[in-house]
Design a protein around this ligand. Sequence first.
Ligand code: ADP
Ligand code: MG
Length: 241
Amino acid sequence: MIQTVGLKKSFGDTEVIKGIDAQVEKGQVIVVIGPSGGGKSTFLRMLNMLEQPTAGSVFFEGEDITHLPTNKLDTVREKMGMVFQSFNLFPNMNVLANVTLAPQRVKKTGAAAANEQGQQLLEQVGLADKADAFPASLSGGQQQRVAIARALAMDPDVMLFDEPTSALDPEMVGEVLKVMQALAKAGMTMVVVTHEMGFARQVADQVWFMDGGVLAEKGTPEQIFDHPKNERTKSFLAKVL
Ligand code: ADP
Ligand code: MG
């Protein structure tokens, strides 16, 4: 579904992504772990061209999306949902309107159909009773679940998550991870940057350890957590586990 070839990114003179060859198969859940500053966010943002690579290519569903004109890139991005650490809900709209805005504006879905789908998605993330609530009245965990529903409303082929639980109070992390786990179980293709090692172990098909702008080690959760080969993986895990 996604393939990167020799992907690189520099900011000024500093190369922060140093040549990544990777692929994500349909239905796979990839969890990206690694130390802060290692390039995880930059890598994830290059998958949907929120960050333009300095070199190399990203293929999405077989198409090289690295140099698409904006209008074509927009069409590609509709198929790639993204959820950030900060939920960025529209504060002046209620929950249902947050979820239904993009399908109506971008996909020209009619209001009735969008509302029905939106209500279903809110049910899926456990917030069926919050359709009329405004974001400010919700907890962080609830807001992040709305953000997930909003991304799902565009019916994406892949979901990209950048530390979706890092800004949450500890007691709210579980409810968001639960929604993500259910999504994975339902077959969604996902790339998840997270420090939640329990989630990585339980849900990931592949764990990628990223450090210093390279994918230093890739493997199944068992390989990475129980038998890491790379010294940097070992020392990172020793600190976080
Ligand atoms: P991670 O998500 O693993 O913490 P990032 O991808 O955010 O890592 O950052 C990788 C490196 O790139 C860091 O050294 C960071 O300071 C740098 N970086 C990220 N974004 C920018 C930017 N817009 N301008 C300059 N440097 C950046
Ligand atoms: Mg980051």
